[in-house]
Structures are given as structure tokens and as C-alpha cells.
Design a protein around this ligand. Structure first.
Ligand SMILES: Nc1ncnc2c1ncn2[C@@H]1O[C@H](COP(=O)(O)OP(=O)(O)O)[C@@H](O)[C@H]1O
Ligand SMILES: [Mg+2]
Length: 240
């Protein structure tokens, strides 16, 4: 494994009032890898992502992105610094077209039109369904297509790290496979991915590195393959 992580998180704590949802966790993402954080409903996965994106207050801890301390940056600065989250529940703008949603993803960029047009084409190549429906309203897309649009929109921000919160949620298994295959493709093109999932099996299958979170604490870590074969993981998350 490479020496310096692209993202390093140390001692992260997040509280909602008197409830400590994330209780001091450490993890790192390495350049070009897929890292996953898996755990049950309520374990603290979304809270961790929201804290990385600056959308909830960190009670303690440090987040370092490519050597830069981003712990205190505003959500906007975090996005322009290269860490971009695909929202849970997809959250596309349903009254805008597919094309408009993708254009909005580029709003933090300062580079030119030509570059954005090129990236748009790349996204349409990755998701041919989106190209077919470019002028249609996002609200008329299927669940799987909306997830693809949400990912495409995040890619339009030109991230260095893509954060995903349960992209499999509410989707049929065959669509989940499709989404995860595409994530692999995006990763193989060089993008570092942090995937938060309750679908432990699918997430571990595509992950280079994995962490298991239980009630706000990381209880296991290892390669995706190691954790897939770990009896504790099998008992608790893979149906034995
Ligand atoms: N806005 C909130 N206010 C109070 N408690 C919250 C809020 N969001 C999440 N929690 C609590 O924090 C814990 C972690 O939640 P969450 O990060 O959403 O878990 P996960 O994404 O793993 O399902 C849970 O106990 C949840 O009930
Ligand atoms: Mg969640």
C-alpha cells in the first residue's frame, strides 16, 4: 500500500445534542482505491460522510486531504477542494432536465466550457441511459437512473475523492450490480472512492480496503476480500 494516504481522518467525533453518533474514528483513503465503510442502520455511516463534507459539526478530530487540513473548511470549499458527495436518496432536482442536473454539478468549477463539455460527454458514455434521456425531467427517471444521474452530477464537479452514501438503497439487485460495476469503472479510470454501504456483501466485493462501523466505532478493518471471509463479518452481516 502507498505511503501517504490521499485522505486521513483521525479521532473524528460527531454528536447530535447529547447523542454521540460517531465516537472517535480513524480511517484513511488511498489514492486510486475504493474504500468502504459498512455497517447496520444507525451505525454512524451517514454522519461520518456529512462530517467529511462539512455538513455537520465535528465535535473532535482532524481531516487531512492530500496534505491539507480541511477540518474547518466550509462545504463549498471542501467541494472545490475535490471532495464531492453523492447524496443519499439520490436527491436529483426532479423538475430540471437530466442535462440541467449535470450542468449544475459543475457549478464550483472555474475551468472553461470546452472542458465541461468534454466531461459531460464522458459521463454520457459511462451512462448511455442518461444520454438517451438528456432532455427529459429527472423526476421521470427510474430509481436506478436517478442514482446514475446523482453520480454523474457529482462527477461533473471533477472530484479527486467521490463520496457515496448507500447508492444501492431501494434498488433491485440487478440495478445495484450495474451501479457497482460502473463505480469500479470510474475507479479504474483513476478516481478515489469512499463508499458507505449497508449492502455489506456488494460493498466488500468491490472494495480494496474496508472498515466496519458499529454504534459509532470502527470495530474491524482489512481488505475487502479479508473481511468477506471474516467469520465475524459473515455472522453479523452476511447471513452466516
Ligand atoms: N439529525 C439527527 N439528529 C439526531 N440524531 C441523529 C440525526 N441523524 C442521525 N442521528 C442518530 O445518529 C446515529 C447515526 O445515524 P446515521 O449516521 O444516520 O447512521 P447510518 O447512516 O449508519 O444509518 C443514529 O443513532 C441516529 O439515530
Ligand atoms: Mg445512512
Amino acid at each position: 500500500m502507498s505511503s501517504t494516504p490521499l485522505l486521513k481522518v483521525e479521532g473524528l467525533k460527531v454528536s447530535y445534542g447529547h447523542i454521540e453518533a460517531v465516537k472517535g474514528i480513524d480511517f484513511e483513503l488511498h489514492d486510486g482505491q475504493i474504500t468502504t465503510l459498512v455497517g447496520a442502520n444507525g451505525a454512524g455511516k451517514s454522519t461520518t460522510l456529512l462530517a467529511l463534507s462539512g455538513l455537520v459539526k465535528k465535535a473532535a478530530g482532524r481531516v487531512v486531504l492530500d496534505g491539507q487540513d480541511v477540518t474547518q473548511l466550509s462545504p463549498h470549499r471542501i467541494v472545490s477542494g475535490g471532495m464531492v458527495q453523492v447524496a443519499e436518496g439520490r436527491a436529483t432536482l426532479t423538475t430540471l432536465t437530466v442535462h440541467e442536473n449535470l450542468e449544475l454539478g459543475a457549478y464550483t468549477r472555474s475551468d472553461g466550457r470546452a472542458q465541461r463539455a468534454e466531461d459531460l460527454e464522458r459521463i454520457y458514455t459511462l451512462f448511455p441511459r442518461l444520454k438517451e434521456r438528456t432532455g427529459g425531467l429527472a423526476g421521470n427517471l427510474s430509481g436506478g437512473e436517478q442514482q446514475m444521474l446523482a453520480i454523474g452530477r457529482a462527477l461533473m464537479a471533477k472530484p479527486r475523492v467521490l463520496l457515496l452514501d448507500e447508492p444501492s438503497m431501494g434498488l433491485a439487485p440487478i440495478i445495484v450490480q450495474d451501479i457497482f460495476r460502473t463505480l469500479r469503472e470510474i475507479n479504474q479510470a483513476g478516481l478515489t472512492i469512499f463508499l458507505v454501504e449497508q449492502n455489506v456483501r456488494q460493498a466488500l466485493k468491490i472494495a480494496d480496503r474496508a472498515y466496519v462501523i458499529e454504534t459509532g466505532k470502527i470495530v474491524l478493518e482489512g481488505s475487502g476480500r479479508d473481511l468477506l471471509g471474516n467469520p465475524k463479518v459473515q455472522d453479523a452481516y452476511l447471513g452466516g
